[in-house]
Design a protein around this ligand. Structure first.
Ligand code: 13P
Length: 252
């Protein structure tokens, strides 16, 4: 059974004080983690404070990014080994904003996926799709290639634990989500790619999320789709009330 995962990606928003207030405010208001898992990926400098404020320990505190080496002369980077030692279970890898603004290539993303697994964490790998590629019919090829490249050399044991997010960049931050059918189509395509690389069994166990303008008023329709196992929300994960609503989508 695939436990739904409702995850937030805060991007470069909030301060340490604001992060602490958010985590305090959601205590006691999130579903049990074996029913609906909830996570917030936050900037590395907030993580220790968030872990300390997370007294109920239902919310998973994740990182937004990390480097692909464990230690070394890489000024300004975040070590996956250090994240693991803090008790961080998830790290986002390959968000379209990292690909676009920080030149992360498929090769870099693959190394990061391996580094996250090597350090006992689970990557949430983001798979982008631009409107240009959608309109020119290149979409399928593009999504399949990103998933295949991210998983190069990853063992079936590790791949079975991965989370993949289908995040069309034309929907991110636009205020308008992909339609429920478009989200389902993207997530299904990712699942088929996993089945081709590994096996049907493995693909059927992996959680695939949709991301791009997910809000309390559209989450239920997205979550009703067979291949949408959760969401990765940006803007609507910043406000505690709306994150609590997303997490409790089954009661909306
Ligand atoms: P928005 O929900 O703000 O569109 O952001 C989505 C996203 O990029 C999550 O990673």
């Amino acid at each position: 059974m695939r436990i739904p995962l409702i995850a937030g990606n805060w991007k470069m928003n909030k301060t340490v004080t604001e992060a602490r207030s958010f985590v305090e405010a959601v205590q006691g208001k999130l579903p049990a983690a074996d029913v609906v898992e909830t996570a917030i990926a936050a900037p590395a400098l907030f993580l220790q404070t968030m872990l300390e404020a997370n007294t109920e320990d239902v919310l998973r505190i994740g990182a937004e990014a990390c480097y692909y080496e464990d230690d070394g002369a890489y000024t300004g980077e975040t070590s996956p080994r250090a994240l693991h030692e803090m008790g961080i279970p998830y790290t986002i890898v390959g968000h379209s904003e990292r690909r676009r603004y920080f030149n992360e290539t498929d090769d870099v993303i693959n190394r990061k996926v391996q580094a996250v697994f090597r350090n006992g964490m689970t990557p949430i790998v983001c798979c982008d799709e631009t409107m240009g590629r959608r309109e020119s019919g290149e979409k399928i090829h593009w999504v399949v290639n990103q998933v295949t490249a991210a998983l190069k050399g990853v063992s079936p044991e590790d791949a079975a634990k991965i989370v993949i997010a289908y995040e069309p960049s034309w929907a991110i931050g636009s205020g308008t989500s992909a339609s429920t059918d478009q989200a389902e189509e993207g997530c299904y395509l990712i699942r088929q790619t996993l089945a081709d690389i590994y096996s049907d069994d493995l693909a059927n166990g992996v959680r695939i999320l949709y991301g791009g303008s997910v809000k309390p008023d559209n989450i239920a329709g997205l979550m009703a789709k067979n291949n949408v196992d959760g969401v990765l929300a940006g803007g609507s994960s910043l406000d505690e009330t709306s994150f609590i609503q997303l997490a409790n989508y089954q009661n909306l």
